[in-house]
Design a protein around this ligand. Structure first.
Ligand code: ADP
Ligand code: MG
Ligand code: MG
Length: 913
């Protein structure tokens, strides 16, 4: 509803005042960081930096509204745009005393994309725009550096040819035609690096570049500056819908409707000589979060050179010696940026003749570990407060503190072969894969892949998503591999220069050791070490402290974890329980802070050892007497399980769900196991086959299961209730009594009378046990709300139920009429088409299933205002869903043990938002 309101407002405004499409920055700055939606992240922050007095070359931003217009109107522009662009260019010209396309003092521009959320490397950039056969001569004269001028020109033709005119490699095995021509020329004149080419060499190269374009497109490279400008602007807007960008948006749930802005900015030159440089830096270490100046630079280089991995960049610390004044300026920029933006910044800079220029800043992407550490330390530094810190940490990041590390003993034995740069912390081992396709294949077959590339490009994204870890032999800490790994929380070691990767022979060599495609390798993204084979892993430091193997004071990571969790607990309103069926799971969940069990699935207890035999006897029984006989044998097992669980939970609430799945799930289906079962039971195999046949259902999800079983066979309910209450009674009789309040939960209720039927059995057994054991205790009987009818009639059901637990897995299946096990075949398409942007089984479908939950809450509490409400589906561990559950007023969420810390943080965030 609020979204509708907002859009109404904007349309109203627009009709009153003509829309403004171009926002200037520089001496006069129209925008600010607040206009991120309109200007994109890059544009908004360029404006903001200009406002706080940082050295930003002047420019302007064409808004995301232009992008929307462009796609809504067959790739055309609003009428007023041409004039606006002219005016904005004129403003730059005036500030710098240069002119676009002029034969004297020509103005050169960059044209860059910039979406609301940064999408590194996904869209296109064009540099040195405005160069042509005439202006290049002016640049040569004015800079006194001919080679520089022609190098800029050849770069421009290359980028323009690629991005605007589509002159690219024709297939995967082909090289970029421009790169190929460049390499050929380097060989011809016998130099290793591009920057060793002379002006004459470069003029020759430019001639060849122009020929390539002519040959491939039939058109000449355009000489007219405004034609170049509009071509570039259109290309950047178009790149919003390129395949890479679309894939990236899917992965990060960025709506395609947001669109990108386009930034046009005066060029500054890092490639004019040795007093020039270009670089990328982070105000803190984005891999582990440590407060150190982090980044890299290249002397005499332009733009993408640092990230492209053509030359190996130097660590930022070295700049202190090479350019002390610039380094000091950068240090003060670093401080100013953090003070102003109150977050770790990732920024791009260029040094032209010892003068520092800022080209971009944004909140730096970071690993989960770094996110947590930075938030924690910024509170200690009083840069931000506790609440801000909690809101800044993506709730999922907490799991990064819990991921396995390599087992120290195994590491000692394995001995590292070499090290690279630690770019994504964690331990990963898997099969060496040299291509993205291979990594996807290995992962699809359930294996673990380590994607090994000389360096990665956006084309490798699919493979990076599929892989456990990424290893590159080239490229620094701001290379594509490092960047993406940080963002996806992938283990990554990059720039391991001793690793020689040969795609042709599909081999990877480290010193004497040769590995082939498919061999096991292990990489440690925390230390950068690389090991042969699959090295064994050990629990995280946090886990080691929680299990008593490591002292809390010896682990800084634990200290951070503990503090963040304390802050979260202080602010959250939702309780956090766990789904656990065994004492081990229960204990681990308590260590993670679980406050109770929200779902104990009893069916898991029927599989171990002899139990399955008794269970099958029970199922195969032909009358009640036989069934009771088998159930009697199951009783002691169940009682023992519950007592173990109650003890592990030490008096915290435990919700036990009675038998839920259809009975045939417990029976064998293949011939040999049927025969085995027949033998053990001393019956003919036909008996088994007939029974299996009789129990077959064409739609088991909607069949004879849940409370329908207990209604058909009350003796099952009776046995389970007896086991629960006898275990509870025993807890009260311990020397140190444990005061459990068991919560018995009836599954799949859609009719109030179903519940009444089962509750009667439970109450009867409870009384019998209490009388027999001479002990009185409290217990609750409640139900799962997991079919739509249950939600719709929640007011009636609440008359009998003492609590509800929303079973959102089944509620999603039944609410959407979509089987979770079969949805895989079409959900991908639904996601591509934006019909269902998120998997509804992972993140709750707020608009549909959410309404059922909300209705259940309202109706249930109308009957019983204090009705206890929880959720126990998969969604209980999903941060977005947790936010919704907080909003509708549930008392608690329940999730798997390792998700408990995530849920605690997400619950706090929900309360603070
Ligand atoms: P991305 O979004 O992929 O980071 P950018 O738009 O930031 O791409 O541009 C890529 C690189 O081009 C930047 O790192 C920067 O070094 C260079 N660049 C962009 N604009 C200018 C400019 N006005 N002057 C000099 N270099 C620039
Ligand atoms: Mg950039
Ligand atoms: Mg269910």
């Amino acid at each position: 509803m609020s979204a509708k309101k907002a859009s109404k407002k904007t349309t109203k405004k627009k009709s009153v005042k003509a829309a403004k499409y171009s926002y200037n920055f520089g001496k006069k700055t129209d925008g600010s960081a607040k206009l991120r939606e309109l200007l994109g992240g890059k544009g908004a922050n360029l404006a903001e930096m200009a406002r706080i007095g940082l050295p930003v070359p002047p420019g302007f931003t064409l808004t995301t509204d232009v992008c929307t217009y462009y796609y809504d109107n067959k790739q055309t522009y609003p009428k007023t745009l041409v004039t606006e662009v002219k005016d904005s260019v004129a403003l730059i010209e005036k500030q710098l005393g240069k002119k676009l396309g002029a034969a004297k003092n020509p103005l050169l521009l960059s044209v860059r994309s910039g979406a609301r959320e940064s999408m590194p490397g996904m869209m296109d950039t064009i540099l040195n725009l405005g160069l042509n056969d005439k202006t290049v001569k002016a640049l040569a004269t004015e800079s006194g550096n001919e080679a520089f001028a022609y190098d800029c020109y050849r770069r421009f033709i290359q980028m323009y040819g690629d991005v605007v005119m589509g002159v690219q490699a024709v297939n995967e095995n082909d090289h970029c035609p421009f790169e190929a021509a460049l390499e050929k020329l380097r060989k011809e004149v016998g130099v290793e690096h591009d920057n060793e080419l002379t002006a004459a060499n470069l003029r020759e190269l430019i001639k060849r570049y122009k020929n390539i374009i002519k040959k491939r497109t039939g058109s000449a490279f355009p000489q007219e500056a405004y034609q170049q400008l509009w071509g570039s602007i259109s290309a950047v807007f178009s790149s919003w819908q390129n395949e890479r960008a679309i894939l990236y948006r899917q992965k990060y749930n960025i709506p395609s409707a947001w669109g990108t802005a386009v930034n046009v900015q005066a060029m500054v030159f890092g490639n004019m000589g040795d007093s020039c440089a270009t670089g990328v830096a982070f105000t803190r270490d984005p891999a582990n979060g440590e407060k150190v100046f982090y980044g890299e630079y290249l002397i005499n280089a332009q733009g993408e050179d640092v990230v492209a991995g053509i030359r190996t960049p130097k660590a930022i610390a070295l700049l202190k010696e090479e350019m002390p004044k610039v380094y000091a300026d950068l240090e003060s920029v670093r401080k100013k940026l953090e003070q102003h933006f109150k977050d770790m910044q990732d920024f791009e800079f260029t040094v032209e003749n010892n003068q520092l220029y800022m080209l971009q800043t944004r909140n730096g992407k970071r690993t989960g570990l770094a996110a947590v550490r930075i938030a924690y330390e910024m509170v200690r530094e009083r840069l931000i407060n506790q609440k801000t810190a909690l809101l800044k940490i993506p709730a999922d990041s907490i799991s990064s503190l819990l991921v396995a590390v390599f087992d120290p003993a195994a590491v000692k034995k394995a001995k590292a072969l070499t090290t690279g740069l630690p770019a994504g912390p964690g331990a990963a081992s898997g099969k060496i894969c040299f291509t993205a396709e291979k990594a996807e294949l290995v992962a699809a077959q359930g294996g673990r892949a380590i994607l090994c590339r000389v360096e990665t490009t956006p084309e490798d994204l699919r493979g990076m998503i599929a892989a456990e870890g990424i290893l590159t032999s080239r490229g620094g800490v701001s290379s594509h591999a490092a960047l993406v790994a940080r963002q996806m929380n992938k283990v990554c070691v990059c720039g391991a220069s001793e690793v020689i990767i040969n795609y042709g022979s599909r081999s990877l060599t480290i010193g004497e050791k040769i590995f082939s495609d498919g061999d096991d390798i292990s990489i440690d993204g925390t230390t950068g070490e690389i090991f042969a084979g699959a090295v064994a892993t050990a629990p995280s430091e946090v886990d080691q402290v929680l299990s008593g193997k490591l002292k809390a004071e010896d682990s800084y990571t634990y200290k951070i974890y503990e503090q963040i969790m304390k802050w979260a607990d202080k602010h959250r309103k939702l309780g956090v329980r766990t789904n656990a069926d065994s004492p081990e799971q229960a204990s681990s969940a308590i260590a993670y802070g679980a406050q109770g069990i929200g779902l104990c699935r009893t069916e898991h207890m029927f599989f171990e050892g002899d139990r399955i035999t008794y269970m099958r006897q029970m199922i195969l029984a032909t009358d009640e007497k036989e069934r009771r006989k088998a159930l009697k044998k199951l009783l002691p097992f169940q009682r023992k399980d519950f007592s173990g669980l109650f003890k592990a939970m030490g008096g915290r609430p435990v919700t036990v769900r009675l038998l839920d799945p259809p009975l045939h799930e417990f029976l064998p289906h293949d011939e040999s196991s049927k025969r085995e079962l027949a033998n053990s039971l001393g019956v003919n195999v036909d008996v088994i086959s007939n029974r299996v046949h009789a129990l077959h259902e064409s739609n088991p999800m909607l069949g004879h299961r849940g409370c329908r079983l207990g209604i058909s066979y009350p003796e099952i309910t009776e046995m389970q209730a007896r086991a629960i209450f006898e275990a509870a009674a025993a807890c009260y009789k311990l020397k140190k009594p444990i005061k459990v309040i068991p919560e018995v939960m009836i599954p799949l209720v859609g009719f109030a009378d179903e519940l009444k039927n089962q509750v009667a059995v439970v109450h009867r057994v409870a009384n019998e046990v209490m009388t027999a054991k001479k002990v009185k205790f409290k217990y609750l009987v409640g139900t799962m709300i997991e079919v739509p009818r249950g939600a719709l009639t929640a007011d009636e059901i609440a008359e009998t139920a003492e609590f509800f637990s929303f079973g959102t897995n089944d509620l999603t299946q039944t609410g959407l009429g979509m089987s979770r096990d079969d949805a895989g075949t079409f959900l991908g398409k639904y996601k591509d088409l934006d019909i269902l942007p998120q998997n509804p089984f992972a993140s709750i479908d707020v608009d549909g299933v959410g309404q059922l939950v909300q209705l259940g809450v309202e109706k249930g509490r109308k009957t019983k205002p204090k009705l206890k409400l929880g959720i126990c589906g998969e969604h209980g561990g999903d941060p977005e869903s947790i936010q919704f559950f907080h909003q509708v007023g549930l008392d608690y969420v329940s999730c798997s043990p390792p998700r408990v810390p995530v849920a605690r943080l997400a619950a706090a965030q929900a309360a603070l938002k």
